[in-house]
Design a protein around this ligand. Structure first.
Ligand SMILES: Cc1cc2nc3c(=O)[nH]c(=O)nc-3n(C[C@H](O)[C@H](O)[C@H](O)COP(=O)(O)O)c2cc1C
Length: 191
């Protein structure tokens, strides 16, 4: 079951924008992050939940999409995320956030996948402009943005080819391909 969920939990970048995601749904996803591990149990992460279409339109332009897809600048109007969860680090609690936000993000994305939703973790963020736009105070560091929605694209995993190229690509049918290294390549040593 978990393996199925992890396989299903791909990065999606095109959505049925008109399908809304409720604030309650986002709260239930952050609840999964709340229950997750945190270094020294300091729990320094804070969240901004964005569901209002006007607020979504404010977040969208500050995100960078799919750097490897050179001829695609991101989802068009109509296929954009219906919601966002911004993960912030509270510097009044801790100066460095280690891997806390990665763990939180994965819990949230797996929860979204279980609900039939999908999304993309986005670290390519125009942070200063977004901070101003959403009036986020300086002590809250913008760590990650999770774009969420009902996926409207097919994403498949495939083995990395002999050329070793790990860049994802979109084929002529619009299917997004994600090369993954083999298990044997990852396991450097078994002792
Ligand atoms: C920490 C992190 C930051 C990422 N930042 C971006 C980003 O800024 N823009 C984007 O389109 N995808 C981003 N991604 C998504 C990756 O490109 C994606 O995980 C990778 O291509 C593998 O695809 P998969 O998630 O379907 O396995 C990010 C992923 C992670 C884990």
């Amino acid at each position: 079951m978990l393996k199925d969920l992890v396989r299903q939990n791909r990065s999606y970048r095109r959505f049925e924008q008109q399908v809304p995601i409720s604030l309650d749904t986002l709260r239930s996803l952050v609840e999964l992050a709340r229950l997750s591990a945190s270094g020294a149990n300091l729990q320094p992460l804070k969240y901004v939940l964005v569901t209002d279409p006007d607020a979504c339109a404010e977040v969208f332009p500050h995100l960078g999409w799919a750097g490897y897809l050179k001829d695609w600048s991101g989802p068009e109007e109509g296929e954009r995320p219906a919601a966002y969860i911004l993960i912030l680090g509270d510097r009044e609690i801790r100066k460095e956030f280690g891997v806390d936000h990665g763990i939180a993000a994965q819990s949230i994305m797996l929860g979204a996948a279980e609900l039939g939703l999908g999304g993309c973790m986005i670290a390519s963020i125009n942070r200063q402009v977004l901070r101003t736009s959403l009036s986020i105070p300086e002590h809250l560091e913008i760590l990650l943005c999770l774009a969420l929605g009902k996926p409207q694209e097919m994403v498949v995993i495939e083995p990395v080819g002999p050329d070793g190229d790990i860049r994802y690509y979109r084929d002529t049918g619009g299917i997004h391909h994600v090369p993954k290294r083999s298990l044997d390549e990852l396991i450097w040593k078994s002792i």
